[in-house]
Design a protein around this ligand. Structure first.
Ligand code: 5GP
Length: 217
């Protein structure tokens, strides 16, 4: 029997990075360029930015409903970030993993660590711009945040930089196209790691055992 790595169950991919690192664009390009990725849409209590649509970038909600969803066990993880709640809906993750899709969670570090605990074979990627000035320029250039919010996010980035070692790989987003290919290569490589090929290992061991028993006769 021939078993291709691509036939294995999906990988839970966590993509974190400083606000303004270009994670959103990276993920969109990744999904449009390669098949088998599914993006989880998070729930948040922050206000929609201009151009954002409920159910597309986020499910926008209020604190009361968010806390109700937590209490009902409807989130895989959640965290508070710059005064707002953000969380990953459980139903979507469960169903897509069962379908064998590679699910992308674009979440911050506290959530990433919770995911690694719950799903030890998840893949944690940290996306960063080449330097801090580029980050500040990208945040300012976006034109959607006030100076106060930008400074808060730069301060948060400094805090988050302390946690980078918890990730499996760091990806520098300088050139978007190269970065997209690099992330896809990391996911492909991850699929070949023994920790994520347990079913394959078990089956081939059993087959080999049958031969070994035959040889002993
Ligand atoms: P933003 O407000 O810029 O869209 O997102 C702020 C931060 O929240 C980003 O770092 C983003 O990755 C993170 N985030 C988005 N959704 C989730 C989520 O479901 N859980 C967690 N823990 N963080 C999230």
């Amino acid at each position: 029997m021939n078993r291709y790595p691509g036939k294995e169950k999906g990988i839970l991919i966590v993509i974190s990075g400083f606000s303004g690192a270009g994670k959103g664009t990276l993920v969109k390009s990744l999904i449009s360029r390669y098949g088998n990725y599914a993006l989880s849409v998070s729930m948040t209590t922050r206000n929609p930015r201009p151009g954002e649509t409920d159910g597309v970038e986020y499910f926008f909600t209020d604190r009361e409903n968010f806390e109700k969803t937590i209490a009902e066990g409807g989130l895989v993880e959640y965290a508070e970030y710059c005064g707002n709640y953000y969380g990953t809906p459980k139903a979507y993750v469960d169903s897509k993993l069962a379908e064998g899709k590679d699910i992308i969670l674009e979440i911050e570090i506290q959530g990433a660590l919770k995911i690694k605990k719950q799903f030890p074979d998840s893949l944690l990627l940290f996306v960063t711009p080449p330097d801090a000035d580029t980050l500040k320029n990208r945040l300012t250039g976006r034109g959607t945040e006030t100076e106060d919010v930008i400074l808060k996010r730069m301060a948060r980035a400094q805090e988050e930089s302390e946690g980078i070692e918890a990730y499996d790989y760091i990806v520098v987003n300088d050139n978007l196209d190269e970065c997209v290919d690099e992330v896809h290569e990391l996911v492909s490589a991850a699929r070949r790691s023994p920790v994520r090929r347990q079913d394959f290992i078990k089956e081939i061991r059993e087959e080999l055992l049958t031969y070994a028993k035959g040889a002993q006769k």
